[in-house]
Design a protein around this ligand. Structure first.
Ligand code: C2E
Ligand code: MG
Ligand code: MG
Length: 760
C-alpha cells in the first residue's frame, strides 16, 4: 500500500516540477502507471497466494484480478518502453495496438472477475427484479457516460487515437458494470469494501482522465495522467488491505443505496433530455443517449409492474395471515371452540343490547383424575369429545366456548334455546361414554341470566357461583343462580386465599397429643395436630380449615410442612431423651396428599433430612382416604415397604372397616372416639353402650387376630380407662391422658418420665 502511494506521490511531484520548471522529459509521465500496477499486482498476488483464511470464491476473484493487473501492467510497460524508444516523436505518437489490446484484455478479465462474484442469495421473482435493476442502472449510467464523456471525446477538435478512446471507453464501461454489480454484492466471501475499491480503481482514474481530456485536450492532459492514473493501483492496494481485515460474516441483504441505484440511473438519463430541451443540438451521439433513455424508461415500467404484482401478492398474504391470526387469538387450539377472549367480547357486546343474555358454565367433574390416571393425551381427547358434544347440542342457538382447562361455557343471546332445557340435554348426553376411550365424564353446570344493566364480570361471577353450588350439591347437575347463593362460595374462596397467605407467613403450628399406655400412664408416642395461629382470630382448629385446604389443594404444601416439622421434632426428642423416649410419632394424611405423585418421596425426604428412623413414623389415614383407587393404594404399599407404619384413623365409623383391614397394609387401628364415649356405662340394661362395647370388643379381637396394634381415641375419664383395659386395650389417647400440647410441654413430660418402658 505504501509503495503504491509512494509511486503516486512521485508522479505528483514530477508532474508539478514538469509543469512549473519544465523538469525532465514528458515521456516520464508513462513510467508511473506500470510501476504502480506492478506493485498492486504484487499485493494481490500475496493475498491470493498466501492468505490461508481466504474463501475459495474470494481466492478465485483475487486470482482473476491478479491476472487482469498482470496483463494491464504488460500493456503499460510496453507503452512506456515504446514512448522512450520514440521520445522525440512522443507527442504525436499514438498508442501502439498491442498496448491497447493488452489493456483492453485486462479490462475484460477484470469485468469477468466481477461477474463471477455471487450477489445476495435470492431466487424466483427477486432474481428477475435484481437483474432488471442492474440493467436499468447499467444502461442509465452508460447513457450518461456516453453523453458526457465518450461522445465528446469522439467529436473533439483534437480527437483521441482510436485505441485510447476505445480504452477509456472500455475502462469506463467496465467500471460502470462493476459498480452496478458491486452494489448488489451483499457481503460474503469477497469483502464489500474491497470489491468496491477495486471497481473504483478502474473507474475513478479513467473518469478523471476523460474529463481532463475533454476539458483541456488530450495532449495537454498527458502530464496530469502521472497524478491521476497511479491512483488506481493505490485503490487496489487499499482493497487488498480491506479483504485482509474482512470478517466473512453472514451475507447481508442489499442496502438502501442499492435499492436507490436504479432511481439514480433514471434521473441520470434525464440529463441529455433536459439538455436537448434547453436547446442542445440533436446530433447523433445525443440521439443514442435518448434511445437509451427510452429503453431505460421501458425497463422501469416493467420493473414497476413487477413490483406492483409483488405488492399485491404480499398484501394478499398479509390479509390471509391476519385472518388466521385473528382466528387463532379468538379460538381454542385444542378443541377449535371460541376461547375466553372471544367469549368475553361477545358477552360484553350482548350486554349492551336489550335482548336476553344467559351464560352456562360447564365444568367437568373429576377431570383431574382422568388426567392423572390416564395421561394428558387421553385427557385432551376427552376434552375434544366434550367440545364436539357441546357444539352438537348447542347448534346455532348459542356460542359454545372453552373457557380454559376443563371448563366450558355457552353464551345464549336473543331467542336461543331455554337454558335449563339445554343444561338437561347436555347432562343427558354426558350419561353415555364418550371419546374413543369410552369414558364416562360428568359435568356440573351453573346458569346465570343477566340482570338488566349487568356487567360481563357480574354475569360470569354469578354463573361461577351457581356452578360451584352445583358441585357442592353432589355434582353432575345444574343450578340456576339465585340471590344470596354467593355468600358461602365467597367465604370459601376468601378462606382459600387466607390459607395461602397463612402458609406463606408461617402461621401454622404443630401441637402434639400424647399417646399413652393405659396402665401406668407412660407416654409412648404423640400424634401431631395442626393449628392455625390466626393474626386476628387467634388459634384456629383444623376442623375449620382442613376441608378448605383439601378442596383448594393447599393441603399438599400444608401437609408437607406438618410432615417435616413432626419428623424434625421427633428426631430431636430421640436425640435429647434417648432412642427409647418415643416409639411413635404420628401425623394425619389426607386423601389429596396420597394422590400427590410426590408424596412418597416427600416422606422419604423428611425422614432422611431429620434422621428419624422410619419405623418410628406413623401415618394416620382414614378409611375414605384409603378407598381412593390405584394411585393411593400404590403409595400406601410403597410406604409400608419402606418400613413406615400406617394407622387406620377413626376406625369403625366407615362402611367397610373390617374388609379394609385385609386389603390395606395397616399396622395400627385407632378406635374412633364414638365407641369410647360411654363405654364405661354399665347400667345393666342392653342399649347403646352395649353396642359400643360390642364394636370395641370386635375391633380388639380382630386386631389381635391380625397382629395389629390398637389405640383407643378420645379417652376422657378414668372409668373409660378401666373399661378399655378390661376389654384388652393397652394404649389410649384422649384429654384424660393428655391434651394436645406444644413441643416444649412434651419435652417436659419426657424429661419427667425417664426412663421409658418399651411398648409391648
Ligand atoms: P384425628 O386425627 O382423629 O385427631 C384427633 C382429634 O380428636 C383432635 O382434634 C384431638 O384434639 C381430638 N381429641 C383428642 N382427644 C380427645 C378427647 O378426649 N375428647 C375430644 N372431644 N376430642 C379429643 P383436632 O386437633 O381438632 O383435629 C381434628 C381432626 O383434624 C383430626 O382428627 C384430623 O383428622 C384432622 N387433622 C388435624 N391435624 C391434621 C393435619 O396435620 N393434617 C390432616 N390432614 N388432618 C389433620
Ligand atoms: Mg388422627
Ligand atoms: Mg381420629
Amino acid at each position: 500500500m505504501l509503495a503504491t502511494a509512494a509511486v503516486a506521490a512521485l508522479g505528483t511531484v514530477w508532474c508539478v516540477l514538469f509543469l512549473t520548471v519544465g523538469a525532465g522529459s514528458e515521456v516520464l509521465a508513462y513510467v508511473f502507471v506500470p510501476a504502480g500496477t506492478a506493485l498492486a499486482g504484487v499485493a494481490v498476488h500475496r493475498l491470493a497466494g498466501r492468505d490461508p483464511g481466504l474463501d475459495p470464491v474470494a481466492r478465485r476473484f483475487w486470482r482473476t484480478i491478479e491476472l487482469a493487473i498482470g496483463v494491464i501492467t504488460i500493456g503499460y510497460a510496453w507503452l512506456a518502453a515504446d514512448m522512450f524508444a520514440h521520445a522525440a516523436e512522443a507527442r504525436t505518437r499514438s498508442m501502439p495496438v498491442p498496448v491497447a489490446a493488452c489493456v483492453a484484455a485486462g479490462c475484460v478479465i477484470a469485468v469477468g472477475a466481477f461477474a463471477r462474484v455471487p450477489v445476495a442469495p435470492t431466487g424466483g421473482v427477486e432474481r428477475w427484479r435484481m437483474a432488471l435493476d442492474r440493467t436499468i442502472a447499467f444502461l442509465g449510467c452508460a447513457a450518461v457516460l456516453w453523453y458526457a464523456a465518450l461522445a465528446p471525446m469522439l467529436s473533439a477538435r483534437e480527437p483521441w487515437s482510436r485505441q485510447a478512446t476505445l480504452l477509456v471507453g472500455l475502462l469506463l464501461l467496465a467500471a460502470v458494470a462493476a459498480a452496478t454489480k458491486v452494489s448488489y454484492v451483499a457481503g460474503g466471501p469477497v469483502d464489500r469494501a474491497a470489491i468496491r475499491l477495486v471497481a473504483a480503481s478502474g473507474g475513478v482514474p479513467a473518469g478523471v482522465v476523460a474529463v481532463l481530456a475533454v476539458r483541456f485536450g488530450y495532449l495537454a492532459s498527458v502530464p496530469a495522467q502521472a497524478i491521476v492514473m497511479p491512483l488506481g493501483p493505490v485503490l487496489v492496494a487499499l482493497g487488498v488491505a480491506a479483504q485482509r481485515r474482512a470478517d466473512p460474516g453472514p451475507r447481508r441483504r442489499p442496502s438502501r443505496s442499492d435499492v436507490l441505484l436504479p432511481y439514480l440511473a433514471v434521473a441520470a438519463v434525464d440529463v441529455p433530455l433536459v439538455a436537448v430541451a434547453f436547446g442542445a443540438p440533436l446530433r447523433w451521439p445525443v440521439r443514442i443517449a435518448l434511445i437509451a433513455a427510452v429503453v431505460v424508461t421501458a425497463l422501469v415500467t416493467v420493473r414497476q409492474y413487477l413490483a406492483y404484482r409483488e405488492n399485491a401478492r404480499l398484501l394478499r398474504n398479509t390479509r390471509v395471515q391476519e385472518a388466521r391470526l385473528q382466528y387463532e387469538v379468538s379460538h381454542d387450539g385444542l378443541t377449535g371452540l371460541a376461547n375466553r377472549a372471544l367469549f368475553r367480547e361477545r358477552l360484553a357486546a350482548a350486554l349492551t343490547g336489550s335482548g336476553r343474555v344467559v351464560v352456562l358454565l360447564v365444568d367437568l367433574d373429576d377431570f383431574k383424575t382422568v388426567n392423572d390416571l390416564l395421561g394428558h393425551g387421553v385427557g385432551d381427547r376427552l376434552l375434544v369429545s366434550v367440545a364436539r358434544l357441546l357444539q352438537a347440542e348447542v347448534g346455532y342457538g348459542g356460542l359454545p366456548v372453552r373457557v380454559g382447562g376443563d371448563e366450558f361455557a355457552v353464551l345464549l343471546t336473543g331467542a336461543g334455546p331455554d337454558p335449563e332445557e339445554l343444561a338437561r340435554r347436555l347432562l343427558a348426553a354426558l350419561t353415555h361414554p364418550i371419546s374413543e376411550h369410552r369414558l364416562l365424564v360428568q359435568a356440573s353446570i351453573g346458569i346465570a341470566v343477566a340482570e338488566p344493566g349487568a356487567t360481563a364480570d357480574a354475569v360470569l361471577r354469578d354463573a361461577d357461583v351457581a356452578m360451584y353450588t352445583a358441585k357442592q350439591q353432589g355434582k353432575a347437575d345444574f343450578v340456576r343462580y339465585a340471590d344470596g347463593m354467593g355468600e358461602p362460595v365467597l367465604a370459601h374462596m376468601r378462606l382459600g386465599g387466607e390459607l395461602r397467605r397463612a402458609l406463606d407467613n408461617d402461621e401454622f403450628r404443630v401441637v402434639y397429643q400424647p399417646i399413652v399406655r393405659l396402665a401406668g400412664n407412660a407416654l409412648i408416642g404423640v400424634e401431631a395436630l395442626v393449628r392455625w395461629q390466626h393474626p386476628t382470630r387467634g388459634l384456629v382448629g383444623p376442623a375449620e380449615f382442613i376441608p378448605a385446604a383439601e378442596r383448594t389443594g393447599l393441603i399438599v404444601p400444608l401437609g408437607r410442612f406438618v410432615l417435616r416439622e413432626t419428623c424434625r421434632q421427633a428426631a430431636a426428642w430421640l436425640a435429647e431423651f434417648g432412642a427409647d423416649a418415643l416409639t411413635e410419632a404420628g401425623l394425619n394424611v389426607s386423601a389429596r396428599q396420597l394422590h400427590d405423585p410426590d408424596f412418597v418421596s416427600d416422606v422419604a425426604g423428611a425422614l432422611a433430612e431429620s434422621g428419624l428412623p422410619c419405623e418410628r413414623l406413623v401415618l394416620e389415614v382414614t378409611e375414605s382416604a384409603v378407598l381412593r383407587g390405584q394411585q393411593v393404594s400404590r403409595a400406601l404399599y410403597e410406604l409400608d415397604r419402606m418400613g413406615i407404619r400406617l394407622a387406620l384413623d377413626d376406625f369403625g365409623t366407615g362402611e367397610s372397616s373390617l374388609s379394609l383391614l385385609r386389603a390395606f397394609p395397616a399396622a395400627i387401628v385407632k378406635l374412633d372416639k364414638s365407641f369410647v364415649d360411654g363405654i364405661e356405662i354399665d347400667d345393666g340394661h342392653p342399649g347403646a353402650a352395649d353396642a359400643r362395647q360390642a364394636v370395641a370388643r370386635a375391633v380388639i379381637q380382630l386386631a389381635h387376630a391380625l397382629g395389629l396394634d390398637t389405640v383407643a381415641e378420645g379417652v376422657e375419664s378414668a372409668e373409660q380407662v378401666t373399661a378399655l383395659l378390661d376389654l384388652g386395650y393397652t394404649v389410649g389417647q384422649g384429654f384424660h391422658l393428655g391434651e394436645p400440647m406444644t413441643a416444649a410441654d412434651v419435652s417436659r413430660l419426657l424429661a419427667r418420665q425417664q426412663p421409658v418402658t418399651p411398648r409391648l
